[in-house]
Design a protein around this ligand. Structure first.
Ligand SMILES: CC(C)(COP(=O)(O)OP(=O)(O)OC[C@H]1O[C@@H](n2cnc3c(N)ncnc32)[C@H](O)[C@@H]1OP(=O)(O)O)[C@@H](O)C(=O)NCCC(=O)NCCS
Length: 169
């Protein structure tokens, strides 16, 4: 498996259409929007690729964009001495193909997404990763990995300073 930016991989239409995470809106977005969103600088997509170089498939993806969150919806520990609004990295979408779900790739990709957010936050400050989960079940996945629920029911947050401190990056 390898992880790289969408434009570095330049996946074919067939590769994009073959991706199926069981959530039609996430499949469709990868097939039709991910490339366009990169070109228009609305979101950067990263792909998890699996298989030999002549027959690689997309095994997962996430996309990141800049964002912000108001202090009043943020837990006190993350909001302390922060500006209003608090600068954030927003993870808009996150998915693993059904063929490889349940094998630890979601956990691995989530770790990579947090590290990407830390790197981005060093160039353009960001204190928090913000995710609007697609469902209650998806929200539970993030909470399982230490994300904190915000006051919005499907929104979860992660303090990027904790990632930085724990990885030394
Ligand atoms: C949610 C998703 C990304 C998880 O990916 P995955 O590769 O199956 O997850 P992993 O195998 O890495 O699971 C890691 C751990 O998370 C747990 N987990 C997986 N899905 C979970 C969920 N919905 N709630 C709580 N825990 C969950 C696993 O049981 C596993 O726990 P363990 O380490 O104790 O065994 C994947 O199921 C998916 O793409 N779903 C459809 C799209 C989606 O909901 N995306 C989120 C959009 S916001």
């Amino acid at each position: 498996m390898r992880i790289a930016r969408f434009d570095e991989i330049a996946p074919s239409k067939a590769q994009r259409n073959a991706f199926d995470c069981g959530e039609p809106s996430l499949n469709r977005w990868l097939a039709t929007q991910a490339g366009q969103s990169m070109e228009s600088r609305d979101a950067v997509t990263y792909l998890l690729m699996d298989g030999p170089s002549d027959a690689e498939v997309i095994a997962g993806y996430y996309c990141l964009a800049s964002g912000s969150i108001s202090r009043e919806t943020t837990p006190t520990s993350m909001a302390r001495r922060a500006p209003e609004p608090i600068p954030a990295v927003r993870m808009g979408r996150f998915a693993i193909d059904l063929a490889v779900q349940g094998q630890g790739w979601g956990a691995e990709l989530l770790r990579e997404a947090l590290l990407s957010a830390v790197s981005g936050g060093k160039l353009i400050a960001a204190r928090v990763m913000l995710v609007d989960a697609i469902s209650e079940e998806a929200r539970n996945f993030y909470v399982r990995f230490g994300f904190t629920p915000s006051i919005h029911p499907l929104q979860v947050l992660y303090d990027l300073r904790i990632v930085e401190a724990s990885t030394g990056r």
